[in-house]
Design a protein around this ligand. Structure first.
Ligand SMILES: O=C[C@H](O)[C@@H](O)CC(=O)C(=O)O
Ligand SMILES: [Zn+2]
Length: 280
């Protein structure tokens, strides 16, 4: 059993409205995801969504159960999505090895007992970003390579939001209970993601920002459409978005992020968009 976990409760719009900067960050911001040779788990009460990361450097690292699951093993009642944002590595799932190059993904279904992460090289270790949600059914494991992705171009330079969105885990790519995951990359010269902003009260979401240059930052916006707040974020940091909250950011340079969500339905396009000039 792993002890390296943190629980985040679900906050209501009423209490978030009164939070100061530190309270907002303590509640929603997730830092230090990639600890060497150790998985750190953040367990959110929104849709029981777990955000985690691991970078195996000197040894292989196993996915372990954590106390809030009250389960014998991590995937006893859960499914798992993985995207590697580091050097090449592999994930062994009950004896079957999946090799994951940079930006390749893997879906692991409920019921798999042993999940072991390793890097091909200690000098360029893999960085596995993980999202997990409760699952009612066991679906087959599936590697998601570049050829499996659904790619769409969004936004425009005129509105500073030109970006490429890649769907990794959606039900048209892989059978899944409730998890959805993908990656969006902002084009050079653009800064905004997810504009016009939206909420989806049916689902929560977590954004993980990466490829943010060392001396730059992303300003992430959250809150109800008429009561927004911001959280400044650095590279390799994630932020929890409550179902009632917008989730949109603007960087001081281009960047990428992984979005992961879970909740009521599997319709990627189920979003209530807020006209940009109506945000407050
Ligand atoms: O509900 C969907 C998510 O918020 C993201 O997929 C949006 C996103 O990546 C983008 O528009 O840049
Ligand atoms: Zn969304």
């Amino acid at each position: 059993m792993a002890n390296n976990f943190e629980v985040r409760y679900a906050a209501s719009p009423r209490e978030v409205k009164r939070m100061d900067t530190k309270e907002l960050r303590d509640e929603f911001l997730i830092q230090n995801i990639f600890k060497q040779d150790e998985i750190s788990y953040i367990y959110s009460h929104y849709d029981r969504f777990i955000t985690a990361g691991v970078s195996p450097v000197n040894q292989k690292v196993s996915l372990e159960t954590i106390d809030p699951l009250k389960a014998e093993y991590f995937l006893e009642r859960r499914e798992l999505g993985i995207i590697n944002i580091g050097g090449s590595g592999s994930v062994s799932v009950d004896g079957t090895q999946y090799d994951l190059d940079n930006k390749e993904g893997l879906y692991i279904g409920r019921g798999n007992k042993e999940v072991i992460f390793s890097s091909d090289s200690a000098s360029n270790p893999a960085k596995f970003y993980l999202n997990s949600t409760p699952a009612h059914k066991a679906y087959p494991n599936k590697k998601i390579g570049t050829e499996d992705l659904e790619v769409i171009e969004l936004g425009a330079p005129e509105t500073a939001n030109a970006r490429t969105l890649r769907k990794y885990i959606v039900n048209s790519v892989v059978d899944v209970c409730q998890l959805q995951m993908g990656m969006t990359t902002i084009k050079t010269g653009s800064s905004w993601n997810t504009m016009p902003a939206h909420v989806h009260d049916r689902r929560m979401e977590v954004y993980f920002y990466f490829e943010v240059p060392e001396d730059q930052a992303v300003c992430h916006f959250m809150g109800q459409t008429d009561e927004t707040r911001h959280i400044w974020m650095g590279n390799d940091e994630a932020v929890i978005s409550p179902p009632w909250s917008i989730h949109s950011g603007s960087g001081t340079s281009s960047y990428s992020f992984i979005w992961g969500m879970a909740g009521e339905n599997l319709d990627y396009g189920d979003m209530d968009v807020c006209p940009t000039n109506e945000l407050k």
